[in-house]
Design a protein around this ligand. Sequence first.
Ligand code: ZN
Ligand code: ZN
Length: 369
Amino acid sequence: MMTNSVSLRLAAVRELLPTHEIDALLVSGPENRRYLSGFTASDPSWGMLLITPAAALLLTDFRYQAWAQQEVPDFEVRIYKVDLAETLGEHLKALKVRRLGFEAVHLTYQQHQRLTQAVADAGLQVAWQPLEGLVEGLRQIKTGAELAVMRRALTLTETVMRQVAEELAPGQTERQVAWEIEKRLREGGAEGLAFPPIVAAGPNSARPHHHPGDYALKNGEPIIIDMGARIDGYCADMTRTFIIGPADEHFRKIYSLVRQAQARAEAGLKAGMDSLAGDGLAREVIAAAGFGEAFGHSLGHGVGLAVHETPNLSPSEARRSVLPAGCVLTVEPGIYLAGWGGVRLENMVLLHPEGAEVLNQPGYFYEWD
Ligand code: ZN
Ligand code: ZN
């Protein structure tokens, strides 16, 4: 990560401190920590950021000292022995922090208890302010550099999807196919997986987040494959549905309907749209055909350093937001019928004010006629 993107992000988050009436922000979510500092450590317990209008500290322990100093030149690296509770009070005192924002979604209850206790024991009067979505809101808008990395992750994902699709054969187990995906993503240059691949065959494909098992692929049954590479921290997320051998009328009908719903959403989505309206674009197509109950999840979600991030493309009022220009969303309608199976198709799109740009290459790697 380049130094200048870190300094821009630091400036952006600092602008938000007065809005939330805080003197400092304690950042513990690993993606947020990486986004703001460039520190690539993945585990939440490997350090936190303390950001004030004038100071930027990375608080970690001895094991990450050299790593952090090399990777995070814009932050002062401060070391504690075992636990941040040892030193947080000193830092807050030195920086004159009276109102401290923390990430309600990421700081565990236990950490909160220990840290607030330690700060109180140090004799400091600090108001702890729980916040949600502060850094996540900044992360929604992708820069050109972020988009370039995400396009690489998606291109690799599509290449592996195509290869695996060509080799699908009766008798292969879901787990064997999942391992093949994992191996090829790694060999193709992914630093890891965005998430463990989903390979769901036959009746298992009626379970949207099935864990691949010993079920063997059979002719004429739907096979859902959902996977993504991770490159430089950024995720891709893509789903295709296949069938080995001839597809029957029922499969063709369901597949066409899901494809139609996806195409409708891709054509209708644009920045500035309400998320509920965005979700509705595909949902209406599926509901009008009588399968509304069989599409039981959101149409999509934001993707970036996390495979699921805001904004949500969801029918839920609680997750409602305006979809911003520059966000990357998945568009993934599905129909799931217990006992038979399911169909899901997932692309990634970039929202512009005038419409959605599909980031996937054209093609579904599968035609039944
Ligand atoms: Zn997916
Ligand atoms: Zn997804």
